[in-house]
Design a protein around this ligand. Structure first.
Ligand SMILES: Nc1ncnc2c1ncn2[C@@H]1O[C@H](COP(=O)(O)OP(=O)(O)OP(=O)(O)O)[C@@H](O)[C@H]1O
Ligand SMILES: [Mg+2]
Length: 493
């Protein structure tokens, strides 16, 4: 046991080191201070304490209250043996002063006074124990042991409390430092946490928001909600939520990111895309309209010339027929375009897939026969019904069949196959021909894409739209001699 006072330390530092606030400070040895004007007796006590098991314990001796306080200013004392009657102060007053300086100190009163009053006085000061002079060595040792253990416990408790406080503070700092909105709602939906980012952006201070109802501010996970701002206006926030069950209370945390700019940009992009699409459509339409118009104008010029030259009725009529054809073509183009650009709502009806296919096959049978196209149907027995607008679906199939016939003027094979439903509940209709096909990058579903002299290029664009509107998909695979369009539609059980 060391009896020399350790290097002087400020009491604040000592306190912080004891409380664990200075993580790098070396742990202080347990310190005992014996305060008695009878120095011989005090030294005696110190010597007895040398028998303590803990070799780190440092014991100091002082003869007055003043000297004791000046030591307490320098370092934290764990246990003080205080004589009740000191030359410069009463032991009870000194105890209070010592506690003020060393919050974890345990006081053991030493007194020769055996009256009940003195014992009561000692207990009232909050002393850990008191020993009577003359004392027995083993009694004193036992008291010191218990007092040191008690001081150690207090110090540990304080250390844990400080650690907890620091950890909470760190978490608060993280929550405040992240550039995201962090909000927590209590079980009643009241705001229990409102981080600094929220304060900064909304202009609403934490103090005024805590306790307010906050459920309306955050929706379900992934939902976007308007966050009102103090100076008017709002921001659009996408929230993610997490419920944390801690003890009896459930706190729901929500972390939000500002998607105001993102949404605005998305809207701008969509608008720009729509405008671009309208531009492409308009250009395509103008091009398609010009062809029959030019052709009609040319024919009218021919007609003029023939009238001047006094041609016969038949020669004049042949020209006017051509003009009429071009006008009919123009009319079809406009109708198709309107259908594409302004789709009407669907009038759904339960329809048998195979019957629908049979009906369309009948419509093209004669044309196929004339072209020497071998028209075949391979209709699956389990294929049931679909919920579609029959007229529109007929239009889709008719366009596919007509396209196939168009590319096989010298004959070939055209097969319509139905099968399904597949495990996902879709029925499939395949239209397959042995025509020349098209290259992979041909934009066959784009409006106005056509390779035909008199085609509008709207047939497949309309087909694509109709199938998608019915909740289905249309795909194509094409190689020379084998082109297959597949339509998948949800089966109606
Ligand atoms: N079965 C097919 N084989 C080869 N090419 C095809 C086939 N089906 C479509 N195409 C190509 O896709 C283009 C676009 O077809 P789409 O049905 O949209 O318009 P179109 O047939 O040209 O005109 P419209 O349908 O107005 O008569 C066709 O011009 C053709 O080049
Ligand atoms: Mg077509």
């Amino acid at each position: 046991m060391d009896r020399v006072p350790s290097a002087a330390k400020g009491s604040r530092e000592a306190f912080l080191a004891h409380a664990g606030e200075l993580p790098c400070a070396a742990p202080q040895p347990p310190r005992v201070l014996v305060i008695d004007d009878n120095v011989a007796l005090a030294e005696n006590v110190c010597e007895l304490l040398g028998a303590l098991e803990d070799p780190r314990v440092v014991c100091d001796v002082v003869g007055s209250g003043g000297a004791a306080l000046s030591l307490a200013e320098q370092y934290a004392i764990d246990v003080a043996f205080v004589d009740l009657h000191l030359p410069d102060t009463a032991g009870t007053d000194l105890s209070d002063e010592l506690r003020r300086r060393c919050p974890f100190i345990e006081i053991v009163i030493i007194t020769g006074d055996t009256t009940v009053q003195s014992a009561i006085r000692a207990v009232k000061t909050g002393a850990f124990a008191y020993v009577l002079k003359p004392f027995r060595g083993d009694e004193l040792l036992e008291t010191a042991r218990r007092a040191l253990a008690q001081a150690e416990l207090c110090r540990e408790r304080e250390h844990l409390r400080a650690e907890l406080e620091r950890s909470e503070k760190r978490h608060r700092e993280v929550v405040d430092a992240v550039p995201a909105f962090v909000l927590a709602l209590g079980p009643d939906g009241d705001i229990v946490l409102w981080n600094r980012h929220l304060e900064r952006v909304t202009g609403y201070a934490r103090e005024e928001m805590l306790g307010q109802t906050g459920s309306h501010l955050v929706g379900d996970s992934g939902a976007e909600r308007r966050l009102p701002l103090r100076d008017g206006g709002h921001r659009l926030i996408r929230w993610q939520r997490a419920v944390v069950s801690g003890g009896a209370t459930n706190v729901s945390y929500a972390v939000g990111v500002d998607v105001t700019e993102e949404q605005a940009m998305l809207r701008r992009t969509l608008r720009a895309e729509r405008l671009a699409a309208v531009g492409t459509l308009a250009a395509g339409l103008a091009h398609e309209v010009r062809n029959p118009l030019n052709s009609a104008l040319l024919q009218l010029a021919v007609l003029d010339r023939r009238i001047y030259k006094g041609h016969g009725a038949e020669q004049l009529l042949s020209v006017s027929r051509l003009v009429k054809d071009e006008i009919v073509r123009l009319d079809r183009l406009v109708s198709d375009f309107l259908e594409f650009a302004r789709p009407r709502p669907l009038k759904l009806a339960t329809t048998s897939v195979n019957e629908l296919v049979r009906g369309v096959l009948e419509l093209v049978a004669v044309a196929a026969d004339e072209q020497h196209v071998d028209l075949k149907a391979d209709l699956g027995l389990r294929v049931g019904n679909i919920s579609v607008e029959p007229e529109r679906m007929r239009q889709v199939l008719l366009n596919l069949l007509q396209n196939s016939l168009d590319v096989m003027p010298q004959g070939g094979a055209l097969t319509v196959r139905t099968h399904g439903p597949d495990p996902s509940g879709y029925v499939h209709v395949e239209v397959r021909d042995t025509g020349p096909g098209f290259s992979e990058d041909a934009p066959v579903f784009d409006a106005f894409y056509t390779t035909k002299e008199k085609g509008t290029g709207l047939g497949l664009a309309i087909a694509h739209r109709i199938v998608t509107e019915h909740g289905g998909q249309i795909h194509v695979r094409s190689t020379p001699g084998d082109t297959c369009f597949t339509i998948a539609l949800p089966e109606q059980p």
